[in-house]
Design a protein around this ligand. Structure first.
Ligand code: NAP
Length: 248
């Protein structure tokens, strides 16, 4: 049985969607959670309230993970508020889809900056803290799109593939200090992000899932809970697909 009592977790992008499900799952296993959001204070407060009902500590933090300054300030604040960080989940992400031919340069840059650079910024900002503690868990949310690519998502696929390279590099750097770094690659999960997809694209995605159901945030949260647990202490640099078989 996974027990995260007394652990402090930062979950980026936990005001909504997959991040919220991860934050609630970790809290249900005993972790205190720093709920990080970009602009949606109301939703972040809802996540905090749900976590507090589970009898652990939670606080909402506004932070644009694509800014190194914001990331550094966030980590300093969380350490002051919670007394330390044991778990970092880099989940914050955005999409700005389009074929390469018509993709605006700023849409390529912003997707790289939030998804990939944001993950780098958060790892860099917690790095020394984890090194000193000689323990820690980092889980980065990639995507099966980062493994397989996708027409219309060159920016997103590049960012999510980059996260896999970043995960493996950080895993090698931090392994000797007993800090594990893994990635979870979700398939098609029902959230605001996928709700915005055209109906036809949704139907095609569902048809490509051997398990014939769309995933839920909880499916991803269960995988993250395992990877941050003591039970996963010998797993690092791994990319765990959670996709109902979509990328087989
Ligand atoms: P979502 O519902 O759109 O939620 C995105 C979350 O990220 C929100 O909490 C948002 O905060 C936060 N965020 C956005 N930009 C940010 C920034 N610059 N700094 C800090 N936080 C920021 O997305 P989701 O579907 O849950 O996706 C979560 C992660 O899973 C993403 O990395 C996504 O790429 C990945 N993923 C999703 C799927 C899927 O099918 N849904 C599949 C594979 C991978 P606000 O609420 O304040 O805006």
């Amino acid at each position: 049985m996974i027990n995260l009592s007394g652990k402090n977790a930062i979950v980026t992008g936990s005001s909504r969607g997959i991040g919220k499900a991860i934050a609630i799952k970790l809290a249900s296993l005993g972790a205190n959670v720093a709920v990080v959001y970009a602009g949606n204070r109301e939703k972040a407060d809802e996540t905090v309230a749900e976590i507090e009902q589970l009898g652990v500590k939670a606080k909402a933090y506004s932070c644009d993970v694509s800014s190194m300054n914001d990331a550094k300030n966030l980590v300093t604040e969380v350490i002051a508020d919670f007394g330390g960080v044991d778990i970092l989940v880099n989940n914050a992400g955005i999409v700005k889809d389009g074929l390469i031919l018509s993709m605006k340069e700023e849409h390529f840059d912003s997707v790289i900056n939030v998804n990939l650079k944001g993950t780098f910024n958060m790892i860099k900002s917690t790095y020394q803290h984890f090194m000193k503690k000689r323990s820690g868990r980092i889980v980065n949310i990639s995507s099966i799109i980062g493994i397989n690519g996708n027409a219309g998502q060159a920016n997103y696929a590049s960012a999510k593939a980059g996260i896999i390279g970043l995960t493996k590099s950080a895993a090698k750097e931090l392994a000797a200090r007993k800090v594990t770094v893994n990635a979870v690659a979700p398939g098609f999960i029902e959230t605001d992000m996928t709700a915005a997809m055209p109906e036809k694209a949704k139907e095609a995605a569902l048809a490509a899932i051997p398990m014939k159901r769309v995933g839920a945030g909880e499916d991803i949260a269960n995988a993250v809970a395992f990877l941050v647990s003591d039970e996963a202490s010998y797993i690092t640099g791994e990319v765990l697909k959670v996709d109902g078989g979509m990328a087989i």
